[in-house]
Design a protein around this ligand. Structure first.
Ligand code: SF4
Length: 407
């Protein structure tokens, strides 16, 4: 079956587990009813074709005794046309379709919760084959006459990096997503949108560079002309600073780089982003400079969550200016999105403005993120979801918005 649009659609959309979503006016979530997954465990044991890139599909059909170009067609059916039924892949021979039926499946994530927000932002809770759940966030770009949308994608179930201000960190770490599970989020969004997302940010749950191989494979599928055709400049990988893998990424990809910085000195960053103890600023900054290289059109986006009384003084602003001197940069100030149990408060608008003005006066390109999707907890650091723990229990969090729909 080709892509099916799900009406009604919010025409109108932001990014992170350190960065996804914003401010709403009338916050009304509309319950949506979703079906439960009834697949057989046997089916789940087949090769999931979402895990295969173009070369993988070609290799599979070759192994089954067919010409490699059938692999191209298969790849296109899956990603371009959103077809999961081999029987509907009419330009594949009946024999190949029947063989595929035996050995493979297209195992897409199962949508269990759909959280529409009044501003068009939408959070999806997706269940994976083993019952784990991840979240992705769709954010329409609010530009008249221009149809753009950003998809914030998760790379892990939970996260091990324990950033102090992040709700996902409270979840702990369960496991890496496979490349097919990363792509599955884009497959689902594309099906819902009727077209590929124009921008993809790897800023959902988890640290993408801690799941390096699967990330790189998924990035290639996102960019493939026979799949989602997302330009590399429109693909952003956000990292808290796993320095060796920033270098590795530079060798295999030229996607945009965002760094969850959040502090202008090691002492503070050690507390807020503990991975800094392993990879301090004196290693992180040069790695980021090397990543963008000499290309004047490339720059690093620095994410900086504004925490009242913690990292938001003019002294911090001056330290940040010194730190980023000589690096082509964009600084993105993010008002902190409080969550139940968090010890932090967001900085006042006046403090954020003074901080931003100081950076701008120094010549740093600086924006303040408008948070969106507040009432559905789709905002920065709030992607935690009702992700199940290792025992399969969905955690209850007093004070969180309640699921619109539970599977
Ligand atoms: S703990 Fe840190 S690295 Fe992990 S999701 Fe949260 S902000 Fe990102």
């Amino acid at each position: 079956m080709p892509w099916v649009k799900s009406p009604p659609r919010h025409p109108s959309l932001n990014p992170i587990a350190n960065d996804c979503a914003t401010t709403l006016m009338a916050a009304v979530s509309v319950p949506l009813t979703l079906t439960t997954d009834t697949r057989s465990p046997l089916v789940a044991a087949r090769q999931n074709l979402l895990d295969l890139d173009l070369q993988g599909c070609e290799a599979l059909v070759t192994e089954l005794g067919h010409k490699p170009f059938h692999g191209r067609n298969l790849f296109k059916w899956i990603h371009k046309h959103g077809v999961t039924d081999f029987g509907a892949m009419t330009d594949l021979s009946l024999k190949l379709r029947s063989q595929l039926q035996e050995v493979a499946e297209i195992r897409t994530p199962h949508l269990v919760e759909d959280w529409p927000s009044a501003d068009g932002t939408r959070k999806w809770v997706l269940e994976l084959a083993d019952g784990q759940r991840v979240e992705s966030v769709y954010i329409p770009v609010l530009i008249p006459q221009e149809r753009r949308h950003t998809l914030c994608v998760s790379s892990q179930v939970g996260c091990a990096l324990d950033c102090a201000f992040c709700a996902t960190a409270r979840q702990g770490f369960n496991r890496n997503l496979t490349s097919g599970e990363i792509i599955g989020q884009i497959w689902h969004a594309t099906r819902w949108l009727g077209e590929s997302p124009s921008n993809i940010v790897m800023m959902g749950m988890g640290e993408p560079l801690a799941n390096f191989d699967n990330l790189v494979k998924a990035l290639a599928i996102m960019q493939d002309d026979l799949a989602y055709m997302v330009a590399k400049q429109r693909l952003t990988v956000s990292t808290s600073g796993i320095v060796p893998n920033i270098h590795r990424l530079a060798e295999v990809s030229a996607v945009s780089l965002a760094v969850s910085l959040h502090a202008p000195n090691d002492a503070l960053r050690d507390e807020l982003v503990p991975i800094n103890r392993k990879y301090p600023l004196e290693t992180l900054i040069p790695a980021c400079r090397a990543y963008i290289g000499d290309n004047p059109r490339r720059r690093v986006t620095w994410e900086y969550v504004m925490l009242d009384g913690i990292n938001d003084s003019l002294t911090h602003a001056r330290q940040l200016i010194r730190l980023l001197e000589g690096t082509r940069s964009k600084v993105n100030l993010i008002p902190f999105n409080p969550f139940p149990g968090s010890d932090f408060r967001t900085s006042s608008p006046e403090r954020i403005e003074a901080f931003r003005d100081r950076l701008i006066r120094s010549g740093l390109f600086t924006t303040t993120r408008k948070t969106r999707g507040d009432e559905i907890a789709a905002a920065c650091g709030q992607l935690v979801g009702r992700v199940r723990d290792r025992a399969g229990r969905a955690p209850v969090r007093a004070g969180w918005p309640q699921p619109v729909v539970a599977a």
